[in-house]
Design a protein around this ligand. Structure first.
Ligand code: M6R
Length: 605
């Protein structure tokens, strides 16, 4: 998704803006641009494609301005080309924008009547001309506020002014925006990650806030043009670096470090001395929680689904799951005895944030499970459980998915203990087994060569299916999502028991079907479903922890995961599915870390 950088300095800013834009590349984008003020005029440079292209343009034609804004764009209004790339400038101002202006068509018509000539197909240009118009009679803050009043939708803005060469302004409603404090310059960023290499002192703008930055001053204003004070936060140090190291891409690094991220997370939550789980201060007395509602999008939603099985198995709390983009628009019956849990790697997903906001407005208690602890979702929840996975850069979520499941599983065990619903010995046994998970993951990762061979079978397939029951069902959904997202191959994840109700019609000679069948209470039933697939010509890849030659007959490949506590099977089955998607995509020469059309942080709905 789009990303914003702004720097107010007393020396040329273009190369730092480029470096910071590179930090935002992980979000997924299709064009890039920069603007500075040079000799009293706005100097705008932009291009389609990667930040590298922009860097080449700047290499040939450097820009010397001491304050500037930069942007990576993920197209919403208008195709990804140079003209639609941000910034969008008039004679007076230059604007970069994240988000969507829902009433841009109407505003455009009004501005055209006033004589403004639009160059792009974007919704952003209306902001440029509205500001230009208000600046004729108003000061900066008033003109920004009057412009914001006209806009419907969600946005974060970075603004430069021809007549104020040392000022960078920012404003937000709905989309996140952070301000960073440097020793001799100050920064604006759509997330703190992009600012981390320059500063660890950050302030987050709230909806309706405006900021004005110079190299040695930062001022904040509210929607009534009044100066306000804001808290300065110190960002946490990441224990894991966001560098690729010797890996070909971030995704392979992130898959291969999962034994370590899981170990780190377990250490954070398991008290080594008391051998208990370190989760206290629940926002509702755990004994009084009547229901848990888990909400997320995409992969995060799949982790919510695994948690439903664990919570139902380990506690008496009834559990519902919801997709954030659906939850936010339904007529929900909120209840103060329910705990609403939001799961999000980035903590910035627009739909998940809106669902959280709705809960807050209805005065119910919220908990978030996030990777980015400084994120909007974390900052706005009553209770935060970090997954401690370190920065995840690959657009396809891997270690964060495992981390989300891990924290949800730990939470389920903790709730069963504090509610008195598990015996002491079972509680301790679950923790004892959980501590083996990093080694079990390592053992599974060590077999990755086998997956490379299996991946070849998917190359000429016209689609693939992933089937599982119980805890394996969400993993089937996740396996299918990973394959679609990375290799652009159509894939369906299904509960194996649903096959006869329609999807069995899809099975034909040679169709790859991944069957997830750990030796749990569903095992025999899943194996029967597998036989039905084989009988119709499906090419089965069986993932199991049951070593049984008879069962493996007529199966194209069997991938054995280590035997473990049944509750840990979802973690172990996920690994071969991540690797499968990775290798199919590699064989098809797809862009592994930045799949087409997708973004890491989905900050528009
Ligand atoms: O940052 P979030 O966890 O809230 O993101 C939610 C989804 O956009 C994300 O999981 C998406 O489905 C991934 N690209 C899947 O790999």
């Amino acid at each position: 998704m789009c990303g914003i950088i702004g720097i107010a300095s007393n020396k040329s800013v273009s190369s730092n803006i480029i470096q910071s834009l590179k930090k935002l590349e992980y979000r997924g984008y299709d064009s890039a641009g920069i603007a500075t003020i040079v000799n009293g005029n706005i100097d705008e440079k932009k291009c389609s494609g990667r930040v590298d292209n922009l860097e080449k343009i700047l290499f040939k034609n450097p820009t010397k301005g001491v304050s500037g804004i930069g942007h990576v764009r993920w197209a919403t209004h208008g195709i990804p080309n140079t003209l639609n790339a941000h910034p969008h400038s008039s004679e007076e101002v230059s604007v970069v924008h994240n988000g969507i202006i829902e009433n841009s068509n109407q505003l455009k018509q009004d501005l055209e009547k006033k004589g403004y000539k639009f160059k792009s197909q974007t919704d952003t240009e209306v902001i440029t001309f509205l500001l230009t118009d208000f600046l004729k009679n108003l000061d900066l803050v008033d003109a920004i506020n009057k412009t914001l009043d006209k806009l419907h939708g969600s946005f974060a803005l970075g603004i430069l002014f021809k007549k104020h060469k040392d000022i960078v302004a920012g404003a937000r409603r709905g989309s996140p925006l952070a301000v960073g404090y440097g020793p001799k310059e100050n920064y604006l960023g759509s997330d703190s990650y992009a600012l981390k290499s320059m500063t660890n002192k950050i302030t987050y703008l709230d909806d309706g806030d405006i900021c004005l930055l110079t190299n040695n001053r930062i001022e904040f204003y509210n929607s009534k043009n009044k100066k306000i004070n804001k808290e300065i936060l110190t960002l946490s140090n990441d224990k894991h670096t966001a560098e690729k190291g010797d890996y070909k891409d971030f995704m392979s690094k992130e898959i291969n470090e999962q034994n370590i991220t899981v170990k780190t997370c377990i250490k954070e939550y398991i008290d080594q001395i008391r051998k208990g789980i370190n989760i206290y201060n629940f926002p509702i007395n755990p004994k009084e929680i009547q229901k848990i509602i888990l909400i997320g999008c995409g992969t995060a939603f799949h982790s919510c689904l695994t948690a439903k099985y664990w919570l139902e198995e380990l506690t008496s709390i009834s559990t519902e799951i919801d997709i954030a983009s659906e939850f936010r628009y339904r007529k929900i019956k909120f209840n103060k005895k329910y705990l609403y849990i939001f799961v999000s790697q980035s903590g910035e997903t627009a739909d998940t944030f809106a669902a959280l906001d709705l809960c807050k407005k209805n005065n119910v208690k919220t908990c978030s499970i996030v990777n980015v602890v400084e994120s909007s979702i974390a900052r706005n929840s009553d209770f935060v459980l970090p997954i401690h996975a370190g920065p995840e850069i690959g657009v396809a979520s891997t270690k964060a998915f495992i981390g989300q499941m891990l924290v949800l599983y730990i939470l389920a065990i903790k709730l069963s203990e504090v509610r008195g619903e598990i015996s002491k010995s079972d509680y301790e046994k679950n923790i004892f087994d959980l501590k083996k998970l990093p080694d079990l993951i390592k053992e599974t990762l060590d077999q990755q060569d086998k997956i490379q061979i299996i991946a070849k079978d998917f190359l000429n397939a016209k689609g693939a299916m992933f089937l599982g029951r119980g805890l394996s069902f969400p993993i089937a959904l996740e396996g299918a999502l990973k394959l679609k997202e990375l290799s652009y191959l159509h894939a369906e994840g299904y509960p194996a028991g649903e096959m006869k109700h329609g999807p069995l019609a899809l099975i034909e000679e040679g169709l790859p079907v991944v069957i997830l069948a750990p030796k749990d209470r569903y095992f025999e039933k899943t194996i029967s479903n597998m036989q039905e697939v084989i009988a119709r010509g499906g090419k089965v890849i069986l993932i199991t922890n049951e070593n049984n030659k008879i069962i493996s007959e007529n199966v194209r490949f069997t991938f054995e995961i280590p035997a473990a506590n049944n509750n840990l099977a979802p973690f172990l089955m996920t690994i071969p599915l991540q690797l499968l998607a990775y290798h199919v995509a590699s064989l098809k020469n797809c862009d592994i870390d930045k799949p087409r059309n997708l973004a890491k942080s989905v900050t528009v709905e």
